[in-house]
Design a protein around this ligand. Structure first.
Ligand SMILES: [Zn+2]
Length: 415
């Protein structure tokens, strides 16, 4: 590395360590920020010579990054931004403290994917899904897909691992080849991770016609865009690889969604030459991811934490949760997005028949939504009140970002 980059990297590590020592979180954002101020090309310098995988999408990227890191770990130590700092400051910090490890798996905020592709020149990029997110901040889904597509056109040498079940992702991953411009289509490996949420992909991003679905197939009624045949699929409680071999996957994370994330992780690791048969047992060692899926026992209740931050992830959370008493908590602070009207995008009907409790700054918004949806509920003012209101046994907690962090803090920052 050039001297400037070495100095920047060292200062970045020191700043992160000081921030940690001062009890201000893990320091990865401030460390990366200072490093990039000293050398704006620091991320590129730190990436040089490493084989890097980027993982991006609206939902599931933190979990998939963790599973992929575990899978690629077959090869040795892997650098990763495990605290969810998924912008260039976080990537810089993760690589600055990683030393000389030749592998990195980085979670990337979907808005920053083009920029991070440019800086890190990854070996492979995994594209998970695109759906509506915080209404006051996130880009429109079609605009996001367009940005991804334009970025991939500029990097035809990067291998792409993409979700065949999401029309927006498929369109983004298959830019038209233009030989006159020297463009060749990217090499894409398709996986099937399912798509529970269809409401952002009824309209074809290519031609504007409707997209039709039948079973797991989908196709555009006006142009050739359709579901590609996936090479990696979930079957029963395992994953089928491209050779047709089936691998039983024993995860400690709940739901079919996470089996899809496991298939993705194995597909990405295979791009590094890792055989699924060697990687699959490592996936079972992942117990929780920054508090998500963590289980805590208190007063005879087994409390499980599920994070849900946008309509698609609420649907997934209902699917992951057991049919058991369920506490829903909603805030609308800055990291959550201030607009809660998305609650009306989510069908809460799957909760009918469960004991439902609500809390959080915006519990009353939730109350209106549940009432319209015909789901009976009880309002509680605190987490302790919620625990007292349910019988011993499982209590599922589904919360959006800051509500999740509040409850996690009450449970002594479970990981
Ligand atoms: Zn079309």
């Amino acid at each position: 590395m050039p001297l400037r980059a070495k100095v920047a990297s060292s200062v970045s590590r020191t700043a992160a360590a000081l921030s940690r020592a001062a009890g201000r979180g893990d320091g990865s954002v401030i460390g990366g920020w200072i490093g990039l101020k000293i050398d704006p090309d620091l991320l590129a310098h730190l990436s040089a010579g490493r084989a890097i995988a980027l993982v991006s999408g609206t939902n599931g990227k933190t979990t998939t990054t963790r599973l992929t890191t575990a899978a690629v770990g077959v090869l040795g130590r892997v650098a990763t931004n495990s605290f969810g700092a998924n912008m260039p400051t976080g990537h810089t910090s993760a690589l600055a403290k990683a030393g000389s490890t030749p592998y990195a798996v980085l979670e990337v905020d979907e808005h920053y994917l083009a920029q991070v592709l440019e800086s890190t020149e990854p070996h492979v990029v995994a594209l998970l899904n695109l759906s509506r997110d915080q209404l006051d901040r996130a880009k429109e889904v079609a605009m996001m897909a367009q940005l991804w597509r334009a970025a991939l056109v500029r990097h035809p040498d990067i291998r792409v691992v993409a979700n065949a079940d999401d029309p927006m992702v498929v369109w983004a991953a298959t830019p038209p080849a233009d030989p006159a411009q020297g463009h060749i289509p990217p090499h894409v490996t398709w996986f099937s991770a399912g798509q529970r949420w269809h409401d952002d992909s009824w309209v074809c991003p290519e031609c504007g016609s409707t997209i039709q679905r039948s079973g797991e197939q989908w196709w555009c009624t006006g142009c050739p865009l359709r579901r590609p045949a996936p090479q990696w699929t979930v079957e029963d409680d395992g994953v089928l690889d491209p050779t047709g071999a089936w691998h039983k996957v024993q995860l400690q994370l709940p739901g079919k969604v996470n089996l899809g994330n496991a298939a993705t992780a194995l597909a990405v690791a295979a791009e590094f030459g890792v055989r699924p048969v060697d990687a699959v047992s490592r996936l079972g060692a992942v117990t929780s991811v920054a508090g998500r899926y963590a289980q805590v026992d208190r007063d005879g209740r087994n409390i499980r934490l599920l994070l849900a931050k946008n309509p698609a992830s609420w649907l997934e959370a209902f699917d992951m949760a057991d049919v058991a008493p369920t506490l829903l908590s909603i805030n609308a602070r800055d990291p959550d997005g201030l607009d809660t009207s998305w609650l009306f995008d989510v069908d809460f009907a799957p909760l009918r028949g469960r004991q439902v409790l609500i809390t959080g700054d915006r519990a009353y918004d939730l109350a209106v939504r549940l009432d319209v949806n015909g789901v009976p509920f009880q309002h509680v003012r605190s987490f302790d009140e919620a625990i007292r209101a349910v019988p011993p046994g499982r209590l599922e907690v589904i919360a959006n970002y800051t509500a999740f962090q509040d409850i996690r803090a009450e449970l002594d920052r479970v990981n």
